[in-house]
Design a protein around this ligand. Structure first.
Ligand SMILES: Cc1cc2nc3c(=O)[nH]c(=O)nc-3n(C[C@H](O)[C@H](O)[C@H](O)COP(=O)(O)O)c2cc1C
Length: 216
């Protein structure tokens, strides 16, 4: 697939077929993703690929924690958001909500759906060595971007899942992630459900002219 086409088309997939991904497909995706650059080529990441029953077991724990703690997906901002950010958040809701089945509440769909990796057969958890404590997140973002584009080019869907940070320690324990590794990010990956109307939702972007300043 043409790279520009993949970049235009990729979007978050929030409904998946109950169809496992072959190990070779996941290996190919990880191979392509790790071609992304990293500072000093440190490649500060590792992956825990959680599939099938293990993924469901992890999700059961996450949904339980979500309900117990009444956690919700949010912008993780230190201060109240300026209006233009709030507007973008509202616009995202407006772009997805009309595609949800009747009676489904948007925030519940996102919270529980995220903890369920939206039914994807596989969750990819990206860890980073704690020696980098809070740095090198750019490297992780690049890995995710490469991974999601490659998956799209293969006809697969992905969704970054950030809410799981709220359950960092529990996930580490559940997946036996060593102490010196931190969970940096996670993604759902699988075959998009072509029947699910939520997969027709498409988020907007602000025009580039609104966010760029030219000098020189
Ligand atoms: C770091 C990160 C964390 C995210 N976490 C979640 C999440 O927990 N649940 C979810 O449904 N979407 C999550 N998303 C997806 C964003 O909502 C989505 O990328 C954004 O609305 C743009 O839509 P698009 O991916 O369809 O282009 C996350 C995206 C990023 C980059």
């Amino acid at each position: 697939m043409d790279l520009f086409k993949a970049m235009e088309e990729r979007k978050s997939t929030r409904a998946y077929l109950d169809r496992p991904l072959e190990r070779e497909v996941l290996e190919r995706l990880l191979h392509l993703a790790t071609r992304a650059p990293s500072a000093i080529n440190l490649q500060p990441y590792e992956f825990v690929v959680v599939s099938g029953e293990e993924r469901k077991r992890l999700s059961r724990m996450l949904v339980k924690l979500l309900r117990e703690r009444k956690t919700t997906c949010g912008p993780s901002a230190k201060e109240p958001l300026p209006l233009y950010f709030k507007r973008r958040q509202r616009d995202l809701l407006k772009s997805i909500a009309p595609f949800l089945p009747e009676g489904v509440v948007f925030q519940e769909f996102i919270n529980e759906g995220s903890c369920n990796f939206y039914g994807a057969p596989t969750a990819v958890i990206i860890t980073m060595d704690s020696v980098f404590a809070g740095r090198h997140f750019t490297d992780i973002g690049l890995i995710m971007g490469w991974f999601m584009l490659a998956a799209h080019a293969m006809g697969l869907g992905t969704c970054p899942i950030g809410i799981i940070h709220a359950f960092h320690d529990e996930i580490k324990e559940n997946l036996n992630i060593p102490d010196k590794k931190e969970i940096a990010a996670s993604m759902a990956v699988g075959h998009p459900d072509p029947e699910a109307s939520v997969n027709r939702a498409r988020s907007e972007r602000v025009p580039v002219s609104d966010i760029v300043k030219w000098r020189g």
